[in-house]
Design a protein. Structure first.
Length: 319
């Protein structure tokens, strides 16, 4: 019996204040975030107009967003925490604009490129004097406790230049490719959970979780290269190929099967993007690390239940 085809990746949901009357924009922004990410109270500098866009993608118990706004301030006060708890850890990676973060009497400045992880149910305030663009991840706390053997961080974690941190760099890559961009690629939810676990656990994460997180991060960086191999990944993260095999067996898969799945997700993103009308399946297959077009076609159909050509043609007609 063949397994049922996987569901096609769910597209991100975009929300914008562009068509909302100016007087209603903050309220609309608060209502959207309460439903899609984290309930916050918002305000703007006196006399300034507010504009914002947020692309959201929900993957089971992991919520992703790309946020772009003009200047404003947000607060997560006690009444909202009580009425709209999340049970989550929030991770923010700044792409543009400086910001201020205040919690437990401490005030810190974050620059573009910095990464912030905090308890989403702790009282905090953030300010964006010149607007912002950032990536956000919300992960249920119980997933991190189970994966890392440690609770959510008791105080915020700030990583300066988050792209220099292997976990921060991989989180940025996975989320950045998934929301608010053309040719969006559905991320691996378990990899995101592992990466956030390793990021916030202060060294208490189980070794196999860390190894899996680092392996997935390296795979994402080299996904398009057909020469990607288990020995290369094992060497890059400092373990044996046998250990790498066990790391993937722990989550019910194998290294080749995992790499194949990620390449197929990448291909689906390319075939459904704006360039679908001027691309062809053979070129997309090569761009995603496949050396055999027939193998690509067969595995794509097995995973999604439709051919790659059908997906491309449907996207081209919509474009």
């Amino acid at each position: 019996m063949h397994p049922a085809p996987a569901a096609a990746p769910r597209p991100a949901h975009a929300f914008s204040t562009a068509h909302v009357p100016s007087a209603d924009r903050l309220r609309a922004w608060e209502e959207h975030n309460a439903a899609a990410l984290i309930a916050l109270k918002c305000r703007t500098p006196e006399g300034e107009d507010f504009r914002a866009r947020e692309d959201n993608l929900q993957l089971g118990l992991v919520h992703l967003a790309r946020v772009r706004t003009t200047a404003h301030m947000v607060e997560r006060p006690a009444d909202l925490i009580e009425s709209r708890p999340t049970g989550s850890v929030a991770v923010y990676l700044s792409l543009r604009g400086d910001s201020v973060f205040e919690q437990a009497g401490r005030r810190q400045i974050l620059r573009a490129g910095d990464l912030l992880a905090c308890d989403a149910d702790g009282h905090f305030a953030r300010g964006f004097g010149n607007g912002l663009e950032e990536l956000a991840v919300r992960v249920d706390r119980h997933l991190l406790s189970g994966a890392a053997g440690a609770p959510a961080p008791g105080e915020p974690l700030i990583v300066r230049g988050g792209e220099t941190n292997p976990y921060g760099r991989a989180i940025a890559r996975l989320v950045g490719r998934a929301v608010g961009v053309e040719n969006a690629t559905r991320p691996d939810e378990q990899a995101l959970v592992d990466l956030v676990s390793a990021l916030v656990s202060a060294g208490t994460t189980r070794p196999q979780v860390v190894h899996r997180a680092l392996a997935c991060a390296h795979i994402e960086e080299r996904l398009r290269d057909p020469r990607l191999s288990a020995p290369e990944v094992a060497d890059a993260i400092g373990i044996s190929v046998r250990q790498l095999t066990r790391v993937f067996a722990d989550v019910g898969t194998t290294f080749p099967r995992y790499v194949l799945g990620r390449r197929l997700e990448l291909a689906h993103g390319l075939l459904t993007g704006p360039a679908a009308a001027v691309s062809n399946t053979a070129t997309v297959a090569a761009q995603c690390g496949f050396t055999s077009a027939p193998h690509f076609s067969q595995t794509f159909h097995a995973r999604f239940g439709v051919t790659a050509g059908e997906v491309r043609r449907t996207a081209a007609r919509r474009a």
